[in-house]
Design a protein around this ligand. Structure first.
Ligand code: NAD
Length: 285
């Protein structure tokens, strides 16, 4: 039997509808979530991401600012700008689009963002809060994965989740969130021996590697939930996940397509974080 699709587009649309309704209620009280996105340089992919984030803000009724800085911007200038937005009461989320041009250091830039406005969830304090189970602003793609599971009626509790990939952006935080949801979690990476055998033990398999179509059907336990975070551009211009979808679809019980699975959730969770930060700033939770 073919796997059931986990429809990221539909789930994302329903979360955005909830956010829209809440934003409208806040507007009646004169409160408006605000997000600033700072882009340094002219990386083509980043331009698209930034445009999409601004568009999402507009659709939801948020206050949105996009600051486009030249590639030669200095660290000092960038930190000064972040300081300004840290102190700006109209702004509840500050996002510096990564990667930065090579002469800029990422870590001091991320560290400079006020923790309560860290809507990417990359600040070391946010990461620490996630680790100890405090109510942090969670990184967007990993929290999107958890929402996809929950809203598809899949509870991680008591399940064996295997995560392939240990990046700070996806692999590690999604592992922590699955642990928080009471899954038993195994984290795999490029030095894990016999990866297919470990993956085959998973009730929930989350793949965040960056290698197109790496996961084949003999990596998947029949009926398992397969969450494909990968986004790889093929030579023919098409987007492919880290999972060989056509090969795996008959074996898995549930599967996320690429595109249309995890992808749409990332910006949606960014919007959810901005709303959360705005409510907190106004003494509402
Ligand atoms: P990364 O390069 O930072 O990390 C990749 C991880 O995979 C590393 O921990 C590495 O140990 C592991 N790895 C590499 N090759 C491996 C192999 N052959 N076998 C097992 N493990 C291996 O990447 P990332 O930022 O975590 O992103 C992973 C993928 O997810 C990419 O395709 C990226 O484009 C995608 N991504 C998608 C979204 C989204 O919004 N859907 C967001 C972030 C990342």
């Amino acid at each position: 039997m073919s796997a059931q699709f986990i429809d990221g587009k539909a789930i994302s649309a329903s979360i955005r509808q909830e956010i829209r309704e809440e934003t409208a209620r806040l507007a009646e009280r004169g409160i408006r979530p605000g997000l600033v996105v700072i882009l340094v340089g002219d990386d083509a992919a980043s331009q698209v991401y930034v445009r999409n984030k601004a568009k999402a803000c507009e659709e939801l009724g948020y206050h949105s600012e996009v600051v486009r800085l030249p590639a030669e911007t200095s660290q000092h200038e960038l930190l000064g700008l972040i300081e300004r937005y840290n102190a700006d009461p109209a702004i509840h989320g500050i996002l510096v689009q990564l990667p930065l041009p090579k002469h800029l250091e990422e870590k001091p830039v991320i560290d400079a963002i006020a923790v309560e406005k860290d809507v990417d969830g990359f600040h070391p304090v946010s990461v620490g809060n996630l680790m100890i189970g405090d109510d942090a602003l969670l990184p967007c793609t990993p929290s999107g994965v958890i929402e996809l599971l929950k809203r598809s009626g899949i509870s991680p509790a008591g399940k064996h989740a295997v995560v392939i990939g240990r990046s700070n952006i996806v692999g590690k935080p999604v592992s922590m969130l699955l642990l928080r949801e009471n899954a038993t979690v195994t984290i795999c990476h490029s030095r894990t021996p016999d990866l297919p055998a470990v993956a085959r033990q998973a009730d929930i398999l989350v793949v965040a590697v960056g290698v197109a179509k790496l996961v084949k059907k003999d990596w998947v336990k029949p009926g398992a939930v397969v969450i494909d975070v990968g986004m790889n551009r093929l030579e023919n211009g098409k987007l492919a996940g880290d999972v060989d979808f056509d090969d795996v679809v008959e074996t898995a019980g549930w599967i996320t397509p690429v595109p249309g699975g995890v992808g749409p959730m990332t910006i949606t969770m960014l919007m959810a974080n901005t709303l959360k930060s705005c409510k907190r700033a106004n003494g509402m939770g």
